[in-house]
Design a protein around this ligand. Sequence first.
Ligand SMILES: N[C@@H](CCC(=O)N[C@@H](CS)C(=O)NCC(=O)O)C(=O)O
Length: 180
Amino acid sequence: MLVQSMAILEYLDERFPDPPLLPLDPAGRARVRALAEHVNSAIQPLQNSAVLRFLGGKKEGLDRDFARHFNEERLLALEAALSDGGAGRFCHGDVPGLADCYLVPQLYAARRFAVDLAPFPSLRRRGGLRGVARLPGGPRPPPAGHAGGPEGAMSRPSPSLSIRRIEARLFARRFGKRAG
Ligand SMILES: N[C@@H](CCC(=O)N[C@@H](CS)C(=O)NCC(=O)O)C(=O)O
């Protein structure tokens, strides 16, 4: 069984090398790995379910405050790193890669902890719903005439809407109310 996201993603990259998850040049590879580690090493361990269970057991609401605080602090660092001129439509240039695989779910997680994403325009641009919809094979907006289609008020890809509903339910279960 494959475990640990970085090991899994590197396995997938080696097993299915085209298109690659890392750029070819060493400096670009280091940049993308560093962006991924902002999430993998700096943020995710502090929102791990074991950590939050422990804190929530100490004091009601401490789990959510802790996760939100460190998401805000460390997403700011990632926002700065992403704004170094190397990003394009995605985290590194105009093709999706390893850093995007970390950024997209991290923004979902941040929403779960009611983090205000307004201070992170670079992150939102690459890791928001529009970024996901642009991924090759990613969710497509529903066709015209369907609920949520382009003429509707909510022209978002329907699979992402489902994910948001699930996230909202998880949030309500953990914190007893809906995400803001
Ligand atoms: N280092 C692990 C992360 C471990 C992990 O995902 N833990 C889960 C529990 S099974 C978790 O707490 N996820 C909560 C979250 O990230 O919000 C990896 O990169 O795969």
